[in-house]
Structures are given as structure tokens and as C-alpha cells.
Design a protein around this ligand. Structure first.
Ligand code: PAF
Length: 280
């Protein structure tokens, strides 16, 4: 496995892969890898000739400096994990490489980024769409893999690819959970044991939404009220949003009569976690 830090070297590598007419599966990450990333890598490994994984903690998608500074970093361990998954290349550039002095071009998207996390984290999705566009331009993947946990991100990336005519198949894979249901996230490492227990309210609230919907409750407000009460009862919680949105437009719905997503963003102590469940 090659570890590449320079864009020009990555481009040379991509050129020779394309020359061999091989397909590239790409898993972009910010490091602090866990089983959720591993499941993306395994699918990408199975479905492509070459597997490229990027590890880059992108500063432009953090609206909060403390969140950026406290984001867990473990490059050596991450490289071992990627190697174990039989990847061909790790692309791990530094920030001077990705945003050299004078950098001033950003990719923005409206509508889909006006709701949910986009509304509460100004600039976050501009950072995501910019870095994902740059990574796609450098790695030129045939298929790119994202997790459903970041539901809004996956819809934003699918639209980015469609609107900018990128020939990339975006694959969105199911959220990987701990045995007790907590969605795997690099940020879980920051929870102390009591917060970790409280965080279970997130998945309980989503399961409640799913069971209400399954028993024919279609009124979003009614479902949100139940979800809110579950989250409020747990210790150390502060809610950013609890929403039920159309699965494609991400607009709030009042009556669920099309595929929808129940999505939450909740602070557990000083850690902000997101999760969602599909209602269809
Ligand atoms: O989901 C993430 O880890 C990041 O948002 C991504 C897609 C790697 C862009 O920095």
C-alpha cells in the first residue's frame, strides 16, 4: 500500500491506474477511523479494481474551532486500519497542499444545505462540497462511498455530482452501530461513560419514530413530540434539531406520505452527535 501526501504524486498514480483501464473505488475520510469506515472500505474493495482512501481533516468544514481542535487524530493507527483492509493507496495531504496560500475558490450549494445541519453550522457544507470536489478531481474515482449517518451530506454530495456532471457513482451505505444501537462516529471517543449511556436516547428516539410510523402515525409533529420527550429525559442532552424531512429535498414535512427521514442532532455534554432513520 502506498501512502501519498502530494497531489501531483496522487495524480500520477491515478493516471497510471486509468491507463491500465482499472476502476477506482474511493472512500474519503477525516481519519479517526472506525468500523463504519471499514464497512465503506470493504464495499469499495469488493466493487473496484483499486481502493483509494483519503485521510484529511478538512478545516473549512468546521464552523467551530474547538470542535476542529478536539477532533480525534490518529494517523499511524488509521494507516494500519486501511492497510488491513487491503487498500492500494492512502492519500493523506496536509493543509498547505490542499489550501495553498492564495486559495480563494469555493463550491457552494443552496437549498439542500439550508436545512438541518446546514442551518446550524454556517459554512459547514461549503467546506464539504469544496473539499469533496477537490478530492474527486484529484482521485477521479468511478465510485465514491459515504455513510448514511451523515444523511444530509450524502444527499448534498449526490446533488453536487449530478449538478456538476461528475461521472461518479455515489454509494451510500447503512449506518454501522454499536451493539446497543449508538451510531459509530469518530466523535463518540469524546464521551465519558455517563454521556455514552445518555447518547443511547438518540437511537431510542429514532426507533420510536420508526415504530410510530409503522403503526400508521403520519403526523410529523406527533412523532417529533415523542422523540423530543425521549431525548429531553436523558441526562446532559441539548437538542440542535429533531426533524422529519423529505428524503430527497430535505424539506420539513408535516404529513409523511413519501419517503422521509427522521434526523436528529443532539449535544451530549460537549459533543454534538447526529443520526437518522428512514421512514418509508
Ligand atoms: O464525512 C466526512 O468524513 C467528511 O465530511 C468528508 C466527506 C471526508 C469530507 O471532508
Amino acid at each position: 500500500m502506498e501512502v501519498i501526501t502530494k497531489i501531483s504524486e496522487m495524480q500520477t498514480m491515478v493516471f497510471s491506474i486509468k491507463d491500465r483501464k482499472e476502476s477506482i473505488g474511493f472512500v474519503p475520510t477525516m481519519g479517526a477511523l472506525h468500523e463504519g469506515h471499514v464497512s465503506l472500505m470493504r464495499s469499495a474493495r469488493d466493487e473496484n479494481d483499486e481502493l483509494v482512501v483519503s485521510i484529511y481533516l478538512n478545516p473549512t468544514q468546521f464552523d467551530n474551532k474547538e470542535d476542529f481542535d478536539n477532533y480525534p487524530g490518529q494517523l499511524d493507527k488509521d494507516i494500519e486500519i486501511v492497510e488491513r483492509e487491503n487498500a492500494d493507496v492512502v492519500f493523506a495531504p496536509c493543509t498547505d497542499e490542499m489550501y495553498p496560500e492564495g486559495f480563494c475558490t469555493y463550491v457552494t450549494q443552496d437549498k439542500l444545505t439550508d436545512t438541518m445541519c446546514g442551518r446550524l453550522r454556517p459554512g459547514h457544507f461549503n467546506g464539504v462540497t469544496t473539499i469533496v470536489t477537490k478530492l474527486f478531481n484529484i482521485v477521479k474515482p468511478d465510485k465514491a462511498y459515504f455513510g448514511q449517518k451523515d444523511y444530509q451530506q450524502s444527499v448534498v454530495v449526490e446533488k453536487l455530482v449530478a449538478d456538476l456532471n461528475m461521472e461518479i457513482d455515489v454509494k451510500v451505505l447503512p449506518t454501522v452501530r454499536d451493539e446497543d444501537g449508538l451510531a459509530l462516529s469518530s466523535r463518540n471517543k469524546r464521551l465519558n461513560p455517563e454521556e455514552r449511556r445518555s447518547a443511547l436516547c438518540i437511537y431510542s428516539s429514532l426507533l420510536k419514530a420508526k415504530s410510530m410510523f409503522a403503526s400508521n402515525v403520519k403526523d410529523a409533529k406527533e412523532i417529533i413530540e415523542e422523540m423530543t420527550s425521549i431525548i429531553k429525559k436523558a441526562k446532559h442532552t441539548r437538542t440542535d434539531y429533531i426533524s422529519i424531512v423529505n428524503a430527497h429535498t430535505l424539506e420539513d414535512v408535516s404529513l409523511i406520505n413519501e419517503k422521509a427521514v427522521a434526523a436528529v442532532a443532539v449535544w451530549i455534554g460537549n459533543t454534538r452527535l447526529i443520526d437518522n432513520i428512514i421512514l418509508e
